[in-house]
Unconditional design. Structure first.
Ligand SMILES: NC(=O)c1ccc[n+]([C@@H]2O[C@H](COP(=O)([O-])OP(=O)(O)OC[C@H]3O[C@@H](n4cnc5c(N)ncnc54)[C@H](O)[C@@H]3O)[C@@H](O)[C@H]2O)c1
Length: 283
């Protein structure tokens, strides 16, 4: 069983993984590129914990215990003693590989490496290290504290011991893990991403308003959130990265990013995190 957890990236996903691990009693060290982003990440978790206290779901002592389990750092070396390191930085193969090759030098030989990538081949990331047997995907869903699913992804090299340890770890976080293979999009995104891209195409072609597209899927199909709201929530940049990677892999027009998505990302419309996407969140 793991005693020390490392996370790389204190964004939406890294922050969520940090929170859930800390709430489950694990000491977590999370690395980010700047002190400002660490403060922002810890501030966001504090806000969520305060909200849980207001709702009577948490007490002050549990909040302090959770926050006490979290250490932020800008130095990857502080992850040296971790039993598992979960990488959750921007969906960029070069950046992720650089991090893993540095972690390979820093971490003890038995440390398990996991990536939260949505679409990059896990075996390509593993190739940046000398421990492909201790490398796997740990794909959490957004928002991490709420969503129960974790896809635990094994490559042809992942050992049973590493896979089982990661699977049990996901369970110890209160999640319901599923076993997935190292294919782009794993299980859920292969189905979800073409659906989101089709909704963007529908909007781009003027077939319906954004509100009507979202309402149609909420009211007609029972989805908790419409596809354009969901894309804002996930991040337009993240969806674009995933679409490009899946298109590159499958060469199937289902996965081709609509021009509107690319234009919006280039113009800084990243969704909720940049306060504007298909909807405006500035208020
Ligand atoms: N957003 C989602 O719904 C979702 C769901 C599942 C998986 N993912 C995956 O999780 C990963 C992160 O996505 P996100 O939504 O949290 O993105 P995000 O943009 O919210 O956060 C990424 C963070 O990584 C940091 N970062 C970049 N380079 C770094 C480096 N070298 N060292 C340390 N930190 C670095 C950035 O500063 C940023 O804070 C991606 O691989 C994405 O595909 C995202």
């Amino acid at each position: 069983m793991f005693t020390k957890i490392g996370v790389v990236g204190f964004g939406q996903m890294g922050g969520g993984i940090t929170q859930v691990a800390a709430q489950s009693g694990f000491p977590v060290t999370t690395m980010e590129v700047s002190d400002e982003l660490i403060a922002k990440g810890i501030g966001f978790i504090t806000k969520l914990l305060d909200r849980a206290i207001e709702k009577g779901k948490l007490d002050q002592a549990a909040k302090e215990k959770t926050l006490g389990n979290i250490t932020g750092t800008t130095d990857l070396k502080d992850l040296a003693e971790c039993d598992i390191v979960i990488e959750a930085v921007t969906e960029d193969m070069v950046a992720k590989k650089e991090i893993f090759s540095e972690l390979e030098r820093i971490c003890k030989p038995e440390t398990i490496f996991a990536s939260n990538t949505s679409s990059l081949p896990i075996s390509d990331l593993a190739a940046a290290t000398k421990r492909p047997d201790k490398f796997l995907g740990l794909h959490f869903f957004n928002p991490v504290p709420v969503m129960k699913l974790v896809e635990v992804v094994r490559t042809i090299d992942t050992s049973d011991a590493a896979f089982d340890a990661a699977f049990e770890f996901a369970k110890s976080l209160g999640k319901s893990p599923v076993k997935a293979k190292d294919t782009p999009g794993f299980i859920a995104n292969v189905l979800l991403v073409p659906y989101l891209l089709d909704a963007i195409r529908q909007y781009e072609h003027g077939l319906a308003s954004r509100e009507d597209i979202d309402d149609a899927m909420k009211l007609g199909c029972g989805h908790p959130m419409g596809p354009l709201t969901l894309t804002d929530f996930i991040g337009l940049d993240t969806i674009l990265y995933i679409a490009d990677i899946m298109f590159e892999e499958f060469k199937d027009s289902h996965y081709a990013a609509p021009p509107l998505l690319r234009r919006m990302v280039n113009a800084g419309y990243l969704g909720k995190k940049s306060r504007r996407g298909f909807y405006d969140y500035t208020a």
